[in-house]
Design a protein around this ligand. Sequence first.
Ligand SMILES: [Zn+2]
Length: 295
Amino acid sequence: MQFDDDAELDTSQVQDRRGIPGGGLTIGGGAIGILGLIAALLFGVDPGLFGAADTAAAPPVGQATSSAQLASACKTGKDANQRQDCRVLAVVNSVQTYWEGDFKARGRQYSPAATVLFTDRVATACGTATSAVGPFYCPGDRKAYFDLGFFNDMTRQLGAKGGPFAEAYVVAHEYGHHVQNLLGTMGKVGSDRQGADSASVKLELQADCYAGVWTHHATTTPQPSTGRPLITSLTDQDIALALDAAESVGDDRIQQRATGRSNPETWTHGSSAQRTQWFTTGYRTGDMTKCNTFG
Ligand SMILES: [Zn+2]
């Protein structure tokens, strides 16, 4: 994956709360949004991972500074070609530019969602989350949350090969949830949150399919600021690494690695085969209406 060196990045789409204790926000109450739980990318999220008593988080000291630092470090596509955090920002830009156009073509309006970078734990409208839940999207505040350390876990603990486009797949998956939130699809899940045929699995597979749809268009979607695509090239190897990442986060694969066996009744995200299949469907067709995982 290569970015246009001269492209200007839109740093307003990423908030940097790395190194801020508690993620820099105080959220009242301990209520955990159910939709927040189902939207975590990888794991059947244990509610214990979202602190029930998310009180007394530190005030957002340094938040502005930190985001300002990111903004000064990540100015152009050239920065995205050199730094991981700038790359994530650039992918967020590309993904949102794509969906804005897709929504427009369907007579709808896309509302951008911010990405929050954090370390260790973060306070959200869905409760306080630790890095252990993996990247997630919180419908309550319409933000995607990433601890970039997850990308190391993906290779070390989940056995993925990793690489920039594996990371891009994860980012695009979370924005797939944002698209679902805007379209009202998340409401279909209700309490049907576990099992190979559950609505939760269908929601997750659709987010994988949406990631594939963006991938299909990634090198042909012009950025408004330049009129040129922000991503100038994707190789077969990039696509292979995205598929490898999708495979590595399949429920059956994760359960096999953890316990030596897989129990479809507890699946929340779909099997490796399903996840790669739906990413591929989105990638081959480039058409979100083909992402009909709900049948
Ligand atoms: Zn997800």
